[in-house]
Design a protein around this ligand. Structure first.
Ligand SMILES: Cc1cc2nc3c(=O)[nH]c(=O)nc-3n(C[C@H](O)[C@H](O)[C@H](O)COP(=O)(O)O)c2cc1C
Length: 286
């Protein structure tokens, strides 16, 4: 199906956008109003958009029912500061509770049972339970529309980073496997980036992968190899030498697979790919 967004209700549009553009990280934003009253709310229209300067952007949307502004938006317009706290699995239920539409002035640190810690460079406190917190000053707020559903880009410049030391690896870097981050999917679904759900892809930045287009047609058109298999093969810098191909061909398992036919040979290459032996897999296919 193909859709024209102009013909969709706000609710339907939200459903397609927020279910397809996922998983989304969650900015747990702490702000204060002009009187210093604290507010804490989650926003999954959120990401990092610049390293130097360090810029995070999130978007409080105008309410679909009446186009009214959320407290977080009013607060950053009044006091251009925010602490963006990162959300991980041990705090996800409490975080969800704080998204309740409590009356203006209600402190969601209290409602969610979170511990506020004073910030160093900005007025809003940070969340002690968060594995990482970014103190930010707000550079700009860009309204993307005026009615219900309209986003407001809050462009936040990081001025301090607080990291829970238990989230670091031996080299002092943040360890994805310790962070246990969560992300927002469509509807009520969340995603847990637990160690078991992670997988690695060798970065193609340091090498100049030859590209899928350079693979011989019988590999590209294989009925066994998947798009992921071809992507991995295309990341190899050049076709293996005749010498390597010869050596691989003499292996008994390769000879057996060849005798049984192309599909078996490609399945064997696929097994090699799963084990990370990309060049040998390519040699088998050749
Ligand atoms: C995980 C999660 C992500 C959310 N993301 C957004 C978002 O990106 N933009 C938005 O306007 N509301 C989002 N919401 C809803 C707000 O958190 C909710 O409207 C909240 O009450 C706003 O609080 P405030 O009026 O105190 O700012 C999200 C809620 C949850 C639970």
């Amino acid at each position: 199906m193909t859709l024209d967004p102009n013909e969709l209700s706000t609710q339907a549009l939200y459903g397609y956008l927020s279910t397809a553009v996922a998983p989304r990280p969650i900015a747990f934003a702490s702000t204060v109003d002009a009187e210093g009253r604290v507010n804490l709310s989650p926003f999954s229209y959120f990401n990092v958009f610049s390293t130097v300067p360090p810029i995070l952007v999130f978007s409080p949307i105008r309410r679909g029912r009446d186009g009214s502004a959320k407290d977080t938006l009013n607060n950053v317009l009044a006091v251009p500061e925010v602490v963006i706290n990162i959300v991980n699995h041990p705090m996800v239920e409490q975080m969800s509770l704080t998204s309740t539409e409590y009356a203006t002035g209600v402190n969601e640190f209290v409602k969610g049972g979170f511990t506020p810690l004073p910030s160093e460079a900005v007025r809003p406190p940070r969340v002690a339970e968060s594995p990482v917190s970014f103190e930010c000053t707000v550079d700009r707020v860009i309204a993307l529309g005026e009615g219900g559903g309209a986003g407001n880009l809050v462009i936040a410049r990081v001025v301090r980073i607080h990291i829970d030391d238990t989230m670091l690896d031996a080299a002092g870097a943040l360890d994805t496997r310790k962070l246990n981050l969560v992300a927002r999917m469509g509807g009520n679904d969340y995603c847990h980036a637990s160690p078991a759900s992670l997988f690695e892809i060798p970065k193609p930045l340091r090498t100049l992968g030859m590209g899928v287009d350079q693979l011989p047609a019988h590999i590209r058109n294989s009925s066994v190899l998947t798009g992921n298999n071809l992507g991995r093969l295309g990341n190899v810098e050049r076709l293996p030498t005749e010498d390597l191909v010869e050596r691989i061909r003499s292996r008994p398992e390769v000879q057996r697979a060849r005798r049984r036919g192309t599909e078996h040979l490609h399945q064997l290459a696929q097994d090699y790919l799963l084990e990370g032996k990309t060049e040998e897999a390519l040699a088998i296919l050749l």
